[in-house]
Design a protein around this ligand. Structure first.
Ligand code: MLT
Length: 323
């Protein structure tokens, strides 16, 4: 008798979750951006959301939940209802590095369901225009000759711009004084205003300012130049061979979100990534599209685990202090 009741309950639950998934989405859903508006993660979420709403037939809201290098925003997604209506955008910093720096009250792998790998971009070394250097070699010499460390804007300890800064320090022997913001959007404003000296930034955040001449670029951290910014040399060409770093992003939902709903969100995101107009917007920002065979939820999950293996030792060795 007891067994029959349990089977009946399971059947009803399965029925409702399928019915629920069939009916998804029946109202607007939210993409949580763990950094400030106007920055690279925000820009990517808004471009993607604008196109995903066409595939899903419901408006997409963007909510900026900032702080602690994105770990607060990711926590908001972890603790949200697993119903598909809360989707988190994240990246190498928020969904890999932060696990090696912060005592998080969640697990980056087991408390989130991967949805899709998003475009990536090489980092770019940029400074305020007042810096007396025109090449990467001159910049490094200037940084080494300074009595006090130069100031470098970041989106917090563990963010992409911070991890890239640590990597730049370890690759050159320079020292940097990090200035944390709630995103590289506001950090960029201070760089343009000359309040800070440099950012090791995501290309997508700096490229329009470089084009406008409001900041100076020295190199992109990749073996090949960015198609939409052919004048900016690679680190290999600029005298720092092998200094390569690409910041990838992704979408995640809370653990326990029905597979059918993850599938619908994945399909809508892939649809958006295949849209020529969206691709053009992303490529113009220096973003590189993920390979078509790596657009499954599984592919993002596997990649995240591989990146955790790769980056945690370096990050832990850097012994990053957080308040
Ligand atoms: C942002 O959107 O502000 C960035 O993703 C921050 C970063 O990680 O550097």
């Amino acid at each position: 008798m007891r067994r029959t009741v349990l089977i009946a309950i399971a059947a009803v639950l399965a029925f409702y979750s399928i019915a629920f998934a069939d009916n998804f989405p029946s109202r607007p859903f939210t993409i949580v951006v763990p950094f400030s508006a106007g920055g690279p993660s925000d820009a990517m979420a808004r471009i993607l959301g604008e196109r995903m709403k066409m595939a899903l037939g419901q408006p997409v809201l963007v909510e900026n939940v900032t702080g602690a290098a994105g770990s607060i925003g990711v926590g908001r997604v972890v603790h949200a209802a697993p119903d598909g209506y809360t989707v988190g955008i994240g990246h190498l910093g928020t969904n890999v590095a932060n696990g090696a720096i912060y005592k998080l009250n969640y697990d980056l792998v087991s408390d989130l369901e991967p949805v899709v790998l998003l475009p990536s971009n090489p980092m770019i070394i940029v400074s305020k225009n007042a810096v007396p250097a025109k090449t990467l070699k001159e910049l490094i010499a200037w940084l080494k000759a300074r009595p006090a460390p130069a100031t470098a804007g970041t989106a917090g300890a563990g963010s992409g711009s911070h991890i890239a800064g640590l990597y730049f320090e370890s690759a050159t022997g320079i020292q940097l004084q990090y200035v944390p913001y709630r995103g590289t959007g506001p950090a960029m404003n201070d760089l343009i205003a000359g309040q800070i000296d440099l950012i090791v930034d995501q290309t997508s955040n700096s490229i329009n300012q470089v084009r406008a001449g409001t900041i100076r670029a020295y190199a992109v951290t990749d073996a090949k130049r960015v198609d939409s910014a052919p004048d900016i040399p690679t680190t290999d060409e600029a005298g720092l061979p092998g200094f390569h770093m690409t910041l990838w992003s992704g979408l995640w939902v809370p653990k326990g979100t029905p597979k059918e709903i993850v599938g619908k969100l994945n399909a809508a995101a892939v649809d958006a990534l295949n849209d020529p107009a969206v691709r053009k917007q992303f490529e113009n920002l220096g973003l590189q599209m993920p390979p078509p065979d790596r657009l499954t939820p599984q592919a993002l999950g596997d990649w995240q685990k591989a990146e955790i293996k790769k980056w945690w030792p370096m990050i832990k060795a850097a012994n990053v202090k957080v308040d």
